[in-house]
Design a protein around this ligand. Structure first.
Ligand SMILES: Cc1ncc(COP(=O)(O)O)c(C=O)c1O
Length: 439
C-alpha cells in the first residue's frame, strides 16, 4: 500500500472482513510478473472462484459423477439431486416464484438466443413480418446479434434506444420507439462497457403498455446487485425473462441461466431438440416435456450447474446488498483515482450511484492494448478492446477502451496500484498531459 492509499477500514461501504473474503479465492495469492501480487481488475469479464465452488465441483466429480435423470442407480440419483438442488439454489437467488422457471443454458448468450430463436417460430409470442424488436445501443453483442438474426429471419424491424453524452439511456423518443407492434424490448440492466445501471422497471412499464415482452440481460447485474425477478427496482412483476451467466457470479464457465415467467415459457416452442426434452417420441412426431426440461436438450452441464449452485449460495451468504455497497465504495474510489490521471477520459457515468463496477476509459496517446500490456507487466489484469460492445464504443467515437472492473474481493490498495500503473504507463510511453480527468 502506498502513502496515498486509504486503509481498508477507512473507506465506508467496504465489505467487513475483506481480507478474510480474499482468502476464499486461492488465485488471489498468486504473484505475477516480477514477483508482484496479482491485481485482478477484470471481474466484469469473468470473476474469480471461491474455494467452496472449486471444492463442490471436485467433490461432485470425485464422489457423485453420473448422468442425470436417466441413470437408475445410486450415483445417478445423487447426481440428479445435486443438479436439481442447484436449480433450487438459483431459484432462491433470483426469488423466482417457481424452480421450474429456471432453465440451465451454456451461458447468457445461449439464454438470450433461446428467447430470440423461439420467438421466430409459430406460437402466441411469435414475432412476425412488420413487428418491432427494441434493444439499446449499450448492449453486449450477445443481446444485439440474436435479435438481429430474429429480425432478419422473420422480416421484423430492429430499433434501439440511443445513449446520452453522459452514458445514460436516451429515452427521450420512447413514445415513438415503443409502438403497438413492438413485440420485444430487450435491455441490459447494467452495461458491461459504460457501467450504467438502467431504469429497467421504467422501460419495462412502458414496454408492457404496448404489449411487448420484456427481456433483461442481467449478466453484469446478477454479480453485484440483489436480483429479485418478482420485484425489479422496487416494482412488482415488471419483467418477463432474465438471463445471466455463471462465470461472472463466482461460478464456473459453461453454465448460464434463463429465468422466464412460466406462462410465457409454456407458450414458447422448444429451442433445441434431443434427449431429456421430450414427453413422447414417435417416428411421426414428438411431444415435449414441461418446463424447464423442454428447454434442456441433451446431457446438461451437470458439474457446472452444481458449481453455480455453490456460487450463488456463497454470494447470498455474504449478502448481495453488502456486495453492492462494496462495489459502490470501490468504484467511487476508482473514479476518484482515475480523475487524477491527466489525459484520461472515463466513458460512462461518473456518478457512482448511476453505475456498476466496470469502468472503461481511454488514455490519450496510448492504445488500450498497450495500456493493458504495461499494466500486465506490473501484475495488473484489466481488459482492453471493444468488450463485445462495439456500437457503444462507436457512439463515443472510440474503437476500443481499457476497462478496470472490481468485485467483492477488490481492495483500495489494488485501485492505487492501477492508478500508479497508469502513471507509469504514461511515463513508459513518454506521454505528458497538461490537463485531463473524467468527463
Ligand atoms: C452484459 C453482458 N451480457 C452478456 C454477456 C455474455 O456472457 P457469456 O459470454 O457468458 O454468454 C456478457 C459477458 O461479457 C455481458 O457482460
Amino acid at each position: 500500500m502506498t502513502s496515498t492509499s486509504v486503509p481498508v477500514s477507512e473507506l465506508a461501504g467496504l465489505l467487513p472482513g475483506l481480507e478474510v473474503i480474499r482468502k476464499d479465492f486461492p488465485i488471489l495469492e498468486r504473484r505475477l510478473a516480477d514477483d508482484l501480487p496479482l491485481v485482478y481488475l477484470d471481474s466484469a469479464n469473468t470473476s474469480q472462484k471461491p474455494q467452496v465452488v472449486i471444492d463442490t465441483m471436485v467433490d461432485h466429480l470425485e464422489r457423485h459423477n453420473a448422468n442425470v435423470a436417466r441413470a437408475m442407480h445410486q450415483l445417478g440419483a445423487e447426481s440428479s439431486a445435486a443438479f436439481e438442488g442447484a436449480r433450487d439454489k438459483v431459484a432462491r437467488f433470483l426469488n423466482a416464484p417457481s424452480r421450474d422457471e429456471v432453465i440451465f443454458t451454456k451461458n447468457a448468450s445461449e439464454a438470450l438466443n433461446l428467447v430470440a430463436n423461439t420467438m421466430a417460430w409459430a406460437g402466441p409470442l411469435q414475432v412476425g413480418k412488420g413487428d418491432r424488436v427494441v434493444i439499446t445501443e449499450m448492449e453486449h453483442h450477445s443481446n444485439i446479434v440474436p435479435w438481429q438474426l430474429l429480425c432478419e429471419r422473420v422480416g421484423a424491424e430492429l430499433r434501439w434506444f440511443g445513449l446520452t453524452d453522459d452514458g445514460l439511456l436516451d429515452l427521450s423518443n420512447i413514445d415513438e420507439v415503443l409502438t403497438p407492434n413492438t413485440k420485444v424490448v430487450s435491455l441490459t440492466w447494467v452495461s458491461n462497457m459504460l457501467g450504467t445501471v438502467n431504469p429497467v422497471a421504467e422501460v419495462a412499464r412502458r414496454a408492457h403498455e404496448v404489449g411487448a415482452v420484456v427481456v433483461v440481460d442481467a449478466s453484469q447485474a446478477a454479480p453485484q446487485l440483489p436480483v429479485d425477478v418478482q420485484k425489479v427496482q422496487g416494482v412488482d412483476s415488471c419483467i418477463d425473462f432474465l438471463a445471466f451467466t455463471g462465470h461472472k457470479v463466482t461460478g464456473p464457465t459453461g453454465i448460464g441461466v434463463l429465468w422466464g415467467r412460466q406462462d410465457l415459457l409454456d407458450q414458447l416452442p422448444p429451442f433445441l431438440g434431443g434427449g431429456e426434452m421430450i414427453a413422447t417420441v414417435a417416428m411421426e412426431r414428438s411431444t415435449y416435456a414441461p418446463v424447464p426440461h423442454k428447454f434442456e436438450a441433451g446431457t446438461p452441464p451437470i458439474v457446472e450447474a452444481v458449481g453455480l449452485g455453490a456460487a450463488v449460495d456463497y454470494l447470498s451468504e455474504i449478502g448481495l446488498d453488502r456486495i453492492h455497497e462494496h462495489e459502490q465504495a470501490i468504484t467511487g474510489y476508482l473514479l476518484e483515482g482515475l480523475a487524477t490521471v491527466s489525459g484520461l477520459r472515463v466513458l460512462g457515468p461518473t456518478d457512482v450511484t448511476q453505475r456498476g463496477g466496470a469502468v472503461s476509459f481511454e488514455l490519450e496517446g496510448v492504445h488500450p492494448h498497450d495500456v493493458a500490456q504495461v499494466l500486465d507487466m506490473r501484475g495488473i489484469a484489466v481488459r482492453a478492446g471493444h468488450h463485445c460492445a462495439k456500437p457503444a464504443h462507436k457512439r463515443y467515437g472510440v474503437q476500443s477502451s481499457t476497462r478496470a472492473s472490481s468485485y467483492l474481493y477488490t481492495t483500495p490498495a489494488e485501485v492505487d496500484a492501477l492508478i500508479e500503473g497508469l502513471e507509469y504507463t504514461k511515463r513508459y510511453f513518454k506521454v505528458g498531459h497538461e490537463k485531463g480527468g473524467t468527463r
